[in-house]
Design a protein around this ligand. Sequence first.
Ligand SMILES: Nc1ncnc2c1ncn2[C@@H]1O[C@H](COP(=O)(O)OP(=O)(O)OP(=O)(O)O)[C@@H](O)[C@H]1O
Ligand SMILES: [Mg+2]
Length: 367
Amino acid sequence: MTIRNIRLINFRNYNNLDIELNDQLNLVIGKNAQGKTNLLESIYISATGRSFRTNRDRELIKLDKREAYIAAKAYINGIQRLIEIKMEQNKQKRIKVNGIELKNIRELDTGLSVVIFSPDDIGLVKDGPSKRRGYLDMSISHLRPIYRYNLNRYNKVLLQRNNLLKSNDKNSNALKLLDIFDMQLGKIGTEIIISRISFLNKLSKISGRIHKNLTSKKEKLALTYISNVDFTGKCKKDIEESFLNNLKLNRKKDLVLGNTSTGPHRDDIKIDINGMDVRMYASQGQQRTIVLSIKLSEVEIIRLDKGSYPILLLDDVFSELDEERRKYLSLSLQGIQTVITSTDIANLEELEGMHKSIFCIDDGKLS
Ligand SMILES: Nc1ncnc2c1ncn2[C@@H]1O[C@H](COP(=O)(O)OP(=O)(O)OP(=O)(O)O)[C@@H](O)[C@H]1O
Ligand SMILES: [Mg+2]
């Protein structure tokens, strides 16, 4: 899968951009604040319908304009597909695929997959659990739309349960309602936990292999799902029973706190190198390498699942890696349509000799 052409009108700092992308390597060079990340964002939105930076579409529209437009000409298994996205102030964005408007963004299946790696992603290692849960949720939703559906349902029930817990309504009807919410959480939450464990097992295996290569076999990376639901068996029935049991045991506490203290909304990923927790012990460079291993492993998981590589977006990450890691990354790009941004082409020496297009961006214009 590739994107051949991107057209932007009034998107972020772009007035009007028309860019033909190379099927292999694309370098986007520009000083700070010229529109490099904005261009990657438009590619990401074309593939997924969502931004990786914001949930507010309004921010995507050029400051003094009322609407913005993105059009991407994609090729998927040799067939052209035109993806168009229109964002208007105070309206839901509208998405067309080959001229047909989608009723709901949830239906969006562009056929395109995309993986982005940017310096912010270091938060995956450093920040709190919600960042890691968010990463799992995004990645799994992309591969399995049913997962996003389950997640939305889970969050809705969780909100209702928490509202009821806060309401001080403790009559028998309220308690009956809590029983119903618990049952729903148990069922949907178990699906979520099972999907996350399955994805993380793959991610751990593949990123472990990549990380070993990236570190000259010195570091053994392991990712483990840490659930606060207290289950011992791994089958659906075990997890659901344990979850329901935990909800029951914690109900008194939950009523006092006005919050649901157990469930996948509190889970985390443990990241170890050679058995040590990286949040405490890893250096900046090690943390960056871990994220690189995870992202490259996601690329591989998508290839295994969809039969072709996703589009890879590397936002200003080369300058932060040492020579060995830059070399490894460069060699990993074979056969993957990649867009790389940098403030200086001198940071991208390792890509010399590869077939590529180079674009210079200056104040939202190709130069
Ligand atoms: N809705 C918008 N309207 C107009 N300008 C915007 C909008 N959103 C962002 N910008 C501006 O676009 C410019 C380019 O942003 P971008 O994040 O793409 O920069 P960049 O080239 O990636 O820079 P850096 O090297 O610092 O990461 C910024 O100056 C930003 O303020
Ligand atoms: Mg940027």
